[in-house]
Design a protein around this ligand. Structure first.
Ligand code: COA
Length: 331
């Protein structure tokens, strides 16, 4: 059975930088509060007219170039997002169109902050069974247009940013590299702890003036509950991955945790007893870009020389659903 190698990575973030101080123009908050609780210093927001598909395209082109692969060689697109450009169809088909490739499948994944790890799990299975040889895996998010930018929404609004990350995956016969395992989970009993209530297809109509008045159009969460579950589930998922591969945390060269909150990542690091040099964080500059955090961080880690052939990489994510998971990759 072939393995799945990551041959190229890429990312794109909007030019518009929004600092914590900029947010004080919209709501009662402070740079100090945001830094202390989340580690975030600034994030990127799209400008009017920017689309998720365009960001996905820019990230994908970078990843394809690094991989030395033409878009026409891609056999399938797997695209993770909780903020598709339209209710339907998914953003994957717009990326397929923009890439100008043939009638390859484009699968959107709805697993929120765990979308990249879920997508990697699906793509890895397709590659291992021989269904597809080259897969473009993308995480893209536009969060800024859906946030409540008033004091009432500040707990969520300060956390999120926009961006896209991509990875080109290809079958390899080289046993010394590739995805070693993926572990993915969900626990729907917590769905409403972190969610976007409206629009809702079961309501008539799907979106109403009451949804605006009662603020159901904005995402909401119980932050402390999310925090508590995140710092438990991510280390558990990493331990499951390590045990399945007969490896130890000490052997991880680089952990790329989903960038939800720097304090969450630090707690995950502590629970796994990892050194600072074993963990990559960039939330300071981008905030939480949901399905895009891991591929953006991976692309940056590669460009900063933090990843070398033979390194053991670990991804772990946690998000709305709840969904969570991990992946181990020999680079
Ligand atoms: N600026 C200033 N004050 C804020 C604020 C902001 N942006 N957001 C909330 N506050 C206030 C609250 O209103 C509250 O005030 P009160 O005590 O007068 O009621 C106070 O700060 C403490 O709020 P609390 O929610 O208890 O803070 P916290 O210590 O739990 O930190 C989070 C809040 C959101 C930073 C934290 O819970 C968190 O990071 N949770 C995980 C969220 C996450 O990662 N979600 C995505 C997962 S994929």
């Amino acid at each position: 059975m072939p393995r799945t190698a990551i041959l190229g990575t890429g990312y794109h973030v909007p030019d518009r930088v929004v600092t914590n101080d900029d947010l004080t123009g919209f709501m009662e908050t402070s740079d100090e509060w945001i830094r202390e609780r989340t580690g975030i210093e600034e994030r990127r927001w799209v400008k009017e007219g920017d689309t998720g598909a365009a960001m996905a395209l820019a990230a994908s082109r970078m990843a394809l170039e690094e991989a030395g692969i033409e878009a026409g060689e891609v056999d399938a697109i797997v695209l993770a997002t909780l903020s598709p450009d339209h209710f339907f169809p998914g953003t994957g088909v717009f990326l397929q169109r923009e890439l100008g490739v043939g009638t390859i499948p484009a699968l959107d994944i709805r697993a929120q902050c765990s979308g990249f790890v879920y997508g990697l799990s699906v793509a890895d299975a397709w590659i291992r069974v021989g269904q597809y040889r080259t897969i473009l895996l993308v995480g893209v998010e536009i969060q800024s247009t859906g946030l409540n930018l008033t004091t009432e929404g500040r707990d969520m609004a300060v956390l999120f940013g926009d961006g896209a990350g991509a990875a080109v995956l290809q079958a390899t016969e080289d046993e010394g590299r590739g995805v070693l395992s993926t572990h993915i989970y969900s626990e729907g009993e917590h769905a409403e702890i972190l969610w976007g209530d409206a629009p809702a297809s079961w309501r008539h109509p799907r979106i109403s003036p009451e949804d605006f008045e009662e603020l159901r159009i904005y995402p909401s969460m119980t932050g402390r509950e999310v925090f508590k579950h995140a710092v438990t589930r991510m280390p558990q998922a990493v331990q499951a991955a390590l045990e399945a591969n007969d490896l130890t945390a000490e052997e991880i060269d680089l952990l790329i945790p989903h960038q939800a909150n720097l304090r969450i990542s630090q707690m995950v690091q502590k629970r796994l007893r990892l050194r600072d040099d074993q963990v990559f964080n960039n939330i300071q500059r981008y905030g939480n870009t949901t399905a895009a955090t891991i591929p953006i961080a991976l692309a940056e880690a590669v460009r900063e020389g933090r990843v070398e052939r033979g390194d053991l990489l670990c991804f772990t994510a946690f998000g709305s659903g709840f969904t969570w998971g991990s992946a181990l990759v020999r680079w």
